[in-house]
Every structure is written in C-alpha cells, then in structure tokens.
Design a protein around this ligand. Structure first.
Ligand SMILES: C=C(O[C@H]1C=CC=C(C(=O)O)[C@@H]1O)C(=O)O
Length: 401
C-alpha cells in the first residue's frame, strides 16, 4: 500500500532478521522473514521465486510500480563450485520502500494481512574497538600471488584475472550490521548499501537492474586511489589516460555487453568510459542500457551476466579456476550478486563489493574482502595499495574513523 514519506528507511531495520538495499535515501528495507530458499544457483532461485509468487494472493494499490508488492532479497556465492556457503533468497514479512518521492509498505502474511507500519527502532550501537588482521594471505604473500598472475598473463595463459584478499575484523562488542548500514548510507551515498542475511557493504557496481522493460548495468573496472582532499580532476585525467586501466575496463564492458545481447532487442554501449568519483577511489565506469525482450527476469539476467570480467576475468572459465587456485580462500558471497527481485521479475542486483560477511558463529567477527583486476602491466605493490583503498568503506564503518 501507498504510505506517507516514512523518513530514513534504515530506522525500520529491526535487530536480527533485517534486509536492506539503499542508495541516496531511496530503496527498500525488509523486516522479519516468512520464507527462505537456500541454493547453489541463480537459476534455481529464479524458479523457486516464480513458484512462490504464483502461490500468493497479491493485493496491491500500486500495480506495476517496481519493488512494490511481494519481494525477495538475495545474496549469491561468487562461485558455488568452490564455496562451502549457500546462496540464499529471503522473503521478508514487511517491506518499506521509497523511490522518486513515492513510498510504500508491503506485508506478506499467511492469514489476513494488516496495514500496521513496522516499529521504528532505537539507533544501533557501534562495535567498540575493532582490530583488523590479514587473513588467508598476508599482504606480502598476496603481492607475490599477483606477481605470479602477471607472469601467467604475459605467457598468454589468461588475459585478465581479478584477484582478491581477505581481512578479519574482530570487535570488542557484537557487530550490529545495522550500525554498518547507517555508516555506509551516509558516507557512500552513490553506492548501493546492501544487507542480506550476513552479507553487508556498499557497492558501486550494478550487475543488472530491470525496470519496465529496460535493463541497465553499471560496469566498473580500472581504479585510482583518492588520497584525502586530493584534486580529483587531476586523478581523473591520469585514470582516463592509463592504458592499463582502459584495457582492464574493456574486458569488463565486453563481458556484460555480450551477456546482455541475447536478452535485448536494442542496446546502448557507450564507446568510452566516464570517471566515477567515490570518497575513497575513482573508477572507470560504463553504463550500459538495453531494451529487454519480454519475460526476462532480473535473476535470469544476473545468472547470465555473473561473473563478469569486473570480478572474475577473461576468459571467464580460465580466470575462475585461477582464482580458486591462487587466492586460497572461499570468496563466499563476496563479488556475487546481491539485491532483490519483485513479483514481476524486476529487480536490482549489485555486485557484493566493498563489504564483507558477518561470522555465523561469532558475532564479534567478520571477514572483509577486496580485489583488483590484474592485466599484463599490473604492478603487484600498487594492487596491494588498491586493496587498502577498497577496504576503506568497511574499515571506516567498523571503526568510525
Ligand atoms: C573487485 C573489486 O572491484 C572491481 C570493481 C571496480 C574496479 C575494479 C578494479 O579496478 O580492479 C574491480 O574490477 C573489489 O572492489 O573487490
């Protein structure tokens, strides 16, 4: 149902079962849980969701408005073949959303649904002192792995591979993901702040969004660090002229454009990237738009596009195997699709970057991830520095620095 402006959406997030997908004050939050589907595949999730929706009686005051009515949040593994974790779709009991001045609330219930608004929650408490420690590999060990990858690229074994590393955060107090969401929505307004199950972060990259027959994707690859108070126009010029970053970017755009092609009757792929400025880094960015053929659900599209060369590499199968062999860690949901789907199949699937995963067993712990696209002229020490900049959003959210 349509509601008056609800104010800050994150204030509805209840302790425990809460989901969020927010950007620039708009977005959706989910409270409680009426159903959950664990899987190892995006396609299986799409089938399950279709069936779930078909079995529902859906009454809506806002027919055709994307995100209204029943909706599921999801967080997917980067590579189910090399992960101990499961991907998951969560259907919340109550959803509050706002987009372009229109706000709504949805309740999903087994009996008659009431129209009571969910309660506003007390502000979450911070995690106190937080220690961060290299996890699977030390920064030096990871630098050597990057050097190894550069050698393989120069020998022609692969064109591009995206390598990541992890850091473990240990906090004095339990880590409340709602605290992290509050920090991220305020500092990283141009990113999509996500919280689904135990996956949380603020991603600048949209794998695919579908709305009203259009698909859009924001492809990022190619990065320059942004030191505090640096002149960004100078940095943007350097990034725009860097052959290494342009090459890295081209692979990523090509992978998404090729993936979308079959689903679209027409597509706009800009010839050259623009520079996206974030508080911690600048990225080369390309926004792709496509006119969808009928019946394309956002999850089916995400299944086709994942993993793009922004988080895996080129050729995809070779890069995927190399990642599993070289990183030595389970990426879990890092770099997997994270987002939501509504009853019409429309949805938004960001790539779970600049975030981490809360521990399932210890509420004082979480694992943070950051990675970099490696091409033939990558410099391993620079890539380590780049990961530090990419850890910044979560480091700041955890430590409040
Ligand atoms: C893999 C990550 O970033 C990707 C997205 C933007 C720029 C990237 C880069 O320049 O390497 C990466 O492709 C990450 O943040 O962990």
């Amino acid at each position: 149902m349509s509601i008056p402006d609800p104010g800050n959406l994150e204030r509805f997030l209840a302790p425990g079962r809460a989901s969020a997908f927010l950007r620039r004050g708009d977005g959706i939050v989910g409270i409680g849980e009426v159903a959950r589907f664990s899987t190892d595949s995006l396609d299986a999730a799409d089938v399950w969701w279709n069936q779930f929706v078909a079995d529902l009686e859906n009454e809506t005051e806002l027919p055709g408005v994307s995100g209204t009515g029943p909706l599921a949040f999801g967080t997917f593994c980067f590579d189910a073949d090399h992960s101990e974790q499961q991907s998951v779709l969560v259907v919340p009991e109550v959803i509050v959303g706002r987009r372009r001045g229109q706000a709504w609330m949805t309740r999903i219930s087994q009996g008659d649904a009431n129209d009571r608004m969910p309660a506003l929650q007390a502000p979450p408490v911070g995690p106190g002192r937080v220690e961060l420690q290299d996890s699977t590999l030390s920064a030096q060990e990871w630098e050597q792995v990057v050097a190894q990858a550069v050698e393989m690229i120069r020998r022609g074994e692969v064109d591009k591979v995206v390598l990541a590393r992890d850091v473990r955060a240990r906090a004095e107090q339990p880590i409340d993901p709602r605290w992290l969401v509050n920090q991220l929505v305020n500092r990283y307004r141009d990113c999509w702040t996500y919280l689904v199950d135990r996956t949380v972060g603020a991603s600048p990259e949209m794998l695919v969004r579908t709305e009203g027959g259009l698909a859009t994707s924001r492809v990022l690859a190619g990065t320059i660090r942004r030191p505090y108070a640096a002149d960004t126009s100078e940095l943007a010029t350097i990034l725009n002229g860097s052959m290494k970053d342009l090459r890295e970017h081209e692979y990523a755009v090509e992978s998404v454009a090729c993936g979308l092609e079959d689903w679209c009757t027409g597509m706009n792929v800009p010839d050259a990237p623009y520079v996206l400025e974030l508080p911690n880094v600048l990225h080369l960015a390309t926004d792709i738009t496509g006119v969808l053929r009928p019946g394309a659900s956002s999850l089916a599209l995400a299944a086709t596009l994942h993993p793009s060369a922004a988080v895996c590499g080129t050729p995809t199968p070779v890069a995927r195997e190399l990642i599993a062999a070289l990183e030595g860690m389970d990426r879990g949901h890092y770099a997997g699709p994270v987002g939501w789907i509504d009853s019409s199949g429309d949805g938004e699937w960001a790539i779970a970057l600049r975030g981490g995963q809360l521990s399932a067993v210890d509420e004082h712990e979480m694992q943070l991830f950051a990675g970099c696209g490696i091409v033939r002229d990558s410099v391993p020490a620079d890539e380590v520095a780049e990961t530090l900049a990419k850890f910044a959003p979560m480091r700041q959210a955890l430590t409040g620095e």
